[in-house]
Design a protein around this ligand. Structure first.
Ligand code: COA
Length: 338
C-alpha cells in the first residue's frame, strides 16, 4: 500500500524503518558506502529551502500478527524546484521486482503533473539496478559525472601541507567551519555567480545570490549537514578568488561530500585549486574526528579538476548519471502499462 507520508509527523518507528530500508539498499547496491545513522534523519527528510517543496510517500508492509506496524519497504519523494520535480525512489532489496518501484514512480509522477511541472529528473548510480529500472520507464540520460572517493588513511599529510602553502603571493587562505562569515557572503556569492565551473550535478543547485546562499547554508544546518569552507582571498581587492565547500552530514560523518570548488577566471593559474583543497583536508582532519573518506563528483570533461583530485589521491568510484523525462509522457506510459 502506497500512501502519502510526512516525515515531520511520522512516528520514530517509521523513520527508523525507512532508515533500515535505506541501509539495506546501500548494502545491496553500494556496499562500500557507509551505512547511515538515525541522527537528524527526520530533519534530513523534512527540511527544504524556502520556495521548494518535498512530497513523500511510503509503501508499508501489512501489520504483523501481533498488530505491530509493518516495515516501510518502499519510499519515494519528489522535490519540486523551478520547473522540475527531482525524484528519489528506494525499494528494499527483499521487495524488488514486484512492480513496487514502478508504482511509487507513478504515484509521484501523477502529483508532479497535477502540480503543473514539466519534467522529472533523477540521479542514477552507475552499475546498480536503477539504471535498467529508469531506462525501462523511458527516462533518458542527460548528463554523466564520475564519483571519486578519497581514503584519508592513504593521504601523505606532509605533501598535502606543502600543496596547501603552494599558492602565489597576493592571496591568502581562510578556513570557515559552518559557512562563510556574513561580511564575506556577498563576495562569496559573486565568486559563485561568475564561475559555474562546479563539481556539482545540475540536480544539486548552487546558490548565486547572497540571500539564496544564506538560505542554502541555513537549510544545510537544519538537515544536519555541516558545511566547511576554505576561501582564497585576493589581498589587493578583497575579492574571493577561489572557494571550496565540503559538507559533513551527521547521518554519515565518516564520509564527507565535496560540494563546489570554484576558482574565478582572473585568478586561475596561481595554484589556488590545489591549495584550497589541500588546506580543507588538513582542517577536516582535525575538525572531524570520525572522518575517513571524502567523496566528490566531477564532469568527465573537467580535466583540470580531475587532475588535481588525482594528485590529492581521489580514486574514481563509479558513474553518477542524471536522467530525465517529460512528466506527461511518463504518466501516460505508466498508465498505459497498467
Ligand atoms: C531501482 C529500484 C527503485 C527498482 O525497484 P523495483 O521495485 O525492483 O522495480 P520494479 O519491480 O517496479 O521494476 C520495474 C521494471 O524495471 C526494470 N528493472 C528493475 N530492476 C531491474 C534489474 N535489477 N535488472 C533489470 N531490469 C530491472 C524491469 O524492466 C522491471 O520490470 P519487470 O520486473 O517486469 O521486468 C530499486 O532497485 C531500488 O530501490 N534501487 C535503489 C535506488 C537508489 O536510489 N539507490 C540510491 C543509493 S544506491
Amino acid at each position: 500500500m502506497v500512501r502519502e507520508w510526512d516525515p515531520r509527523t511520522a512516528s520514530s518507528a517509521e523513520i527508523a524503518s525507512l532508515l533500515d530500508t535505506l541501509n539495506a539498499v546501500l548494502a545491496a547496491d553500494l556496499p562500500q558506502d557507509p551505512p547511515w545513522r538515525e541522527s537528524s534523519m527526520r530533519e534530513y527528510l523534512a527540511e527544504v529551502m524556502p520556495g521548494e517543496r518535498r512530497i513523500s510517500w511510503v509503501a508499508q508492509a501489512e501489520p504483523a500478527t501481533d498488530g505491530s506496524p509493518g516495515a516501510i519497504l518502499g519510499h519515494v519523494h519528489v522535490l519540486l524546484l523551478g520547473d522540475i520535480g527531482v525524484l528519489e525512489v528506494l525499494v528494499h532489496p527483499s521487495a524488488r521486482r514486484t512492480g513496487l518501484g514502478r508504482d511509487l514512480v507513478l504515484t509521484a509522477a501523477r502529483r508532479v503533473y497535477q502540480e503543473g511541472f514539466q519534467s522529472i529528473g533523477v540521479e542514477v548510480v552507475g552499475d546498480t539496478p536503477a539504471v535498467a529500472f529508469y531506462e525501462s520507464l523511458g527516462f533518458s540520460k542527460e548528463y554523466v559525472e564520475t564519483r571519486s572517493v578519497l581514503d584519508l588513511s592513504g593521504v601523505d599529510w606532509a605533501e598535502l601541507a606543502e600543496m596547501a602553502t603552494g599558492i602565489s603571493a597576493g592571496y591568502h587562505l581562510q578556513f570557515h567551519p559552518g559557512g562563510p562569515p556574513d561580511e564575506l557572503i556577498e563576495a562569496y556569492a559573486r565568486a559563485k555567480a561568475e564561475v559555474r565551473d562546479v563539481e556539482d550535478g545540475e540536480l544539486r543547485p548552487s546558490s548565486y545570490d547572497p540571500e539564496r546562499l544564506r538560505d542554502s547554508l541555513d537549510c544545510l544546518h537544519r538537515r544536519g549537514m555541516k558545511p566547511y569552507i576554505v576561501l582564497a582571498l585576493h589581498e589587493q581587492t578583497g575579492e574571493v578568488a577561489g572557494l571550496t565547500e565540503v559538507v559533513v552530514p551527521v547521518q554519515h560523518p565518516t564520509r564527507a561530500d565535496q560540494y563546489d570548488t570554484i576558482v574565478v577566471q582572473d585568478h586561475r593559474g596561481y595554484g589556488i585549486d590545489r591549495a584550497i583543497k589541500a588546506r580543507m583536508l588538513m582542517e577536516l582532519r582535525s575538525a572531524e574526528a570520525e572522518l575517513t573518506e571524502v567523496q566528490t563528483w566531477n564532469a568527465q570533461a573537467n580535466e583540470a579538476m580531475l587532475k588535481v583530485n588525482a594528485e590529492l589521491g581521489y580514486r574514481p568510484d563509479r558513474e553518477w548519471c542524471e536522467y530525465s523525462i517529460d512528466v506527461a509522457e511518463l504518466v501516460h506510459r505508466l498508465d498505459a502499462g497498467r
